[in-house]
Design a protein around this ligand. Structure first.
Ligand code: ATP
Ligand code: PRP
Length: 212
């Protein structure tokens, strides 16, 4: 038998939907692996090995070849711009990146402050708009920044819109829609092409079935 395919799975929000999709494609990972404290799980009968990683780190494991394949949000891929192949839009964990802030606050001053955990996405967006901005990097609870006067706008993920609403913030512009993607290490793509193409074909078939 060939060497197992190593898959970097994101812990947290995306995990369950990703595991269900994998299961439908014939890869039984278990819906609750992310509740275990074990970080590497072997599935010899399916010839796969699963690594449980932080969503932001999945791309790193795949780029360095520590994992052959991974599942990552498009937000992370846009932000990190790494050397991996994005082979399939899994259409799971949908959300979008938007510019938000306090209502009725035009962006008038020079170099407005933009709080975000996506500095590249935010800089690229405002550069395209011809706006010079200052990035305030944060790691979470981004919505706090305009409330306490730390920033004029935020660039963050919106899903239900509840966080914005409950904090009295409004969306100004949508930057881009986000779903999770299947990514592949370029060397693995050559060396393990049969196994990888088989997985991509099975996942595509499941998604095709779900669209009908
Ligand atoms: N409402 C949402 N907020 C954030 N990310 C979302 C949302 N809905 C879907 N996603 C997707 O889930 C991914 C983040 O998953 P998760 O929240 O588990 O990770 P994280 O932000 O790294 O976790 P943590 O909050 O523990 O730092 C994003 O990269 C994005 O693609
Ligand atoms: O539109 P909603 O459904 O309210 O979802 C959006 C919120 O969810 C995420 O935060 P998360 O829960 O990951 O916490 P964080 O602020 O610590 O990143 C994101 O950063 C928004 O704050």
């Amino acid at each position: 038998m060939s060497k197992p395919l190593t898959i970097a799975m994101p812990k947290g929000r995306i995990y369950e939907e990703a595991a269900v999709l994998m299961q439908k494609a014939g890869y039984e990972l278990g819906a609750d692996l992310d509740e275990s404290r074990k970080l590497i799980l072997e599935f010899p009968e399916q010839n796969i090995r699963v690594m449980m990683a932080k969503p932001m780190d999945v791309v790193t494991y795949v780029e360095y070849g520590a994992a052959d394949i991974g599942i990552a949000g498009k937000d992370v891929l846009l932000e990190q711009d790494r050397d991996v192949y994005e082979v399939l839009d899994l259409k799971i964990s949908p959300c979008y990146v938007a510019v938000a802030g306090l209502p009725d606050q035009p962006l008038s001053r020079i170099a407005p402050k933009i709080a975000t955990k996506y500095p590249k996405v935010a800089s690229d967006y405002f550069r395209e708009q011809g706006e010079q901005i200052e990035i305030i990097p944060l790691n979470g609870s981004i919505e706090l920044a305009p409330l306490i006067g730390l920033a004029d706008r935020i660039v963050d993920i919106v899903s239900t819109g509840r966080t914005l609403k409950e904090n009295g913030l409004v969306e100004y512009e949508k930057i881009t829609d986000i779903t999770s993607r299947l990514i592949v290490n370029p060397v693995s793509y050559r060396l393990k092409s049969n196994d990888i193409e088989e997985m991509v074909a099975k996942l595509s078939e499941v998604m095709e079935g779900e669209r009908q």
